[in-house]
Write a protein that binds this ligand. Structure first.
Ligand code: KG4
Ligand code: ZN
Length: 343
């Protein structure tokens, strides 16, 4: 089975061809970073227009570099939510158009479910597993029992972790996207020079809260008179910020594993997904925590943790194998929690 996957829910226009033998035949990601950078964040209207401009080219590239042709496809999957609706509409309509023209089955992909299943594409992970989904929009522990069998174990009560990285970067003038910039600065910095909180550490449950951490970063920056914060200061602040997130993740993950085991019994693994999973310190913390708790740890390669079309195509394969398809009248949606998925 060969599937075309299309992703346009945020600031990447992406398309990929994946086959059911778990081979990524092509994976084209056109990033709009340059268009959004002057604004320090993703501007929805700019994103929608940029998706419109890029979508045809990106899809054609995905087909050509996979050495395949439209008439070889067995199905089309396109992100239909959650995300910035202007962009979602562009990818969803392109996918539906191709499916209609070629009379192919269509899968309306949930972006979160696609992140959640990526480790099955890259590492052939068996169900059940405990998933930490950490992206710009979400920070959640999910018990993944099977396809479309997801239970929320914990989630952020305010900001997503990626958002906290992005806002920290913005406050420090490090550019956009913030995650990679903060990680790079943190490598040069000293942990412990600045004091930042570890929200919810030591509390029961597996929820997160990052808005207090973000505010604490702002307070530290405000202690400097305007224009006097040096590169060294920024690096030290980034190092402490990243360490705070690592400490919180370790603490929350131990609790999440305990909850997962109460529900699941033995077995399973800890899987990470989403853009923040590209962060090496966070991956290391998760790996060590899983090892401590006697759970295998699986992380897809960083390039497949951030938004891409391969994860959408793979979701299409998983759903088509189960005979789960969607009508061309499926309505794209800005909000679409995993709990609303059915099989
Ligand atoms: O999954 P993703 O590509 O898009 C969403 O669905 O949100 O995640 C993007 C988020 C951004 O907030 C970005 O700053 C963060 O992932 N991110 C990182 C790193 N690379 C990307 N955060 C921390 N460290 C990184 N290396
Ligand atoms: Zn994402």
């Amino acid at each position: 089975m060969i599937i075309l996957g299309i992703e346009t829910s945020c600031d990447e226009t992406a398309a990929s061809i994946v086959s059911s033998d778990r081979k990524i035949r092509s994976n084209i990601v056109y990033s709009q970073i340059e268009q959004h950078a002057p604004f320090g964040g993703v501007v929805p209207e700019i994103a929608a227009r940029a998706h419109m401009d890029a979508i045809d080219w990106v899809i054609r590239q995905a087909i050509e570099s996979a050495n395949t042709a439209f008439d070889q496809l067995d199905g089309v999957a396109a992100t239909c939510g959650p995300g910035l609706i202007g962009g979602v509409l562009v990818g969803a309509m392109a996918g539906k158009g191709i499916a209609a023209a070629l009379n192919l089955p269509f899968v309306a992909a949930n972006h979160l479910e696609a992140h959640a299943l990526t480790a099955r594409l890259t590492n052939n992970v068996e169900f059940p597993y405990l998933l930490l989904l950490v992206s710009g929009g979400h920070t959640q522990f999910i018990q993944v029992r099977g396809l479309a069998e997801y239970e929320l174990i914990g989630s952020t009560m305010d900001d997503a972790l990626g958002e906290a990285f992005d806002k920290t970067a913005k406050m420090l003038g490090l550019g956009f996207p913030g995650g990679p910039a903060v990680e790079k600065m943190a490598k040069k910095g000293l942990i412990g020079r600045f004091m930042l909180p570890r929200p919810l550490r030591g509390r029961s449950g597996a929820d997160f809260s990052f808005s207090g951490l973000k505010t604490a970063v702002r307070h530290q920056i405000e202690k400097f008179s305007p224009g006097t914060i040096s590169e060294k200061d920024k690096a030290d602040l980034c190092a402490e910020f990243q360490q705070a997130t690592v400490d919180v993740i370790r603490d929350r993950t131990v609790n999440a594993i305990e909850i997962f085991r109460e529900k699941q019994g033995t077995g399973g693994s800890l899987v990470v997904a989403g853009g923040v999973a590209a962060n090496a310190s966070i991956r290391k913390a998760l790996e060590e925590t899983a090892l401590d708790q006697g759970l295998p740890f699986i992380a897809p390669p960083a390039g497949l943790c951030t938004d891409n079309g391969a994860m959408i195509a793979w979701l299409g394969i998983e759903r088509l194998r189960m005979g789960l398809t969607d009508g061309l009248d499926f309505k794209p949606r800005p909000r679409w929690p995993l709990s609303e998925l059915s099989r």
